[in-house]
Design a binder for this molecule. Sequence first.
Ligand code: DC
Length: 208
Amino acid sequence: MIIAIDGPAASGKGTIAKLVAGHFQVPVLDTGLLYRAVARDTAARGRPLDDAATAEAAARVLDPGTLDDPALRGAKAGEGASIVARIPGVRAALLEFQRAFARQPGGAVLDGRDIGTVVCPDADVKIFVTASAEVRARRRFLELQGRGEEVSYEVVLKDIRDRDERDSSRADAPMKAAADAVLLDTSELGIEEAFAAALRVVEERAAG
Ligand code: DC
């Protein structure tokens, strides 16, 4: 069973994806990490992040073994990812890796922005996780603060809004819910409740 979980930054999709994957004991891929790593590797080549040829080259030789780099989790990496993610050649270079991951015999969970629409349009279950920008900014603010990053709530909120705008307005594979995705608004939900709601969606779809 392929489970696609999409949604904007800090919606809770990553945590939900990990919990769902753990529940069904299938592998999970946080596809945002791929774009974050491409931004890291483009910067390491000394080029600006919107240099399409360099970013594309970095995407083509991306080593998935480097995705557990803790630096990829920071706010700056997320911003950078959103910039390289606009480049069609980068998206194309990452597509086959994501599809191969999804095709694993026992199934898989993938989370991102375009899993249900582009990467796995035939996924068995599609969930689009949302929450208000303010709620997401508060969550991201607390998370970054907990990791010792010096940030202000206002700056985080602005970053979230900018990123939503960039991710949903790009021409190639913009962030949007697939027509057959189930919307899950986590604004008023704790993580346990959000996980339970996601599980219900999966079980309903699996039942048929
Ligand atoms: O989920 P995240 O915050 O780690 O994603 C970082 C950026 O990567 C996001 O702003 C847009 C891009 N991204 C994408 O374009 N497509 C995906 N499937 C996942 C992430």
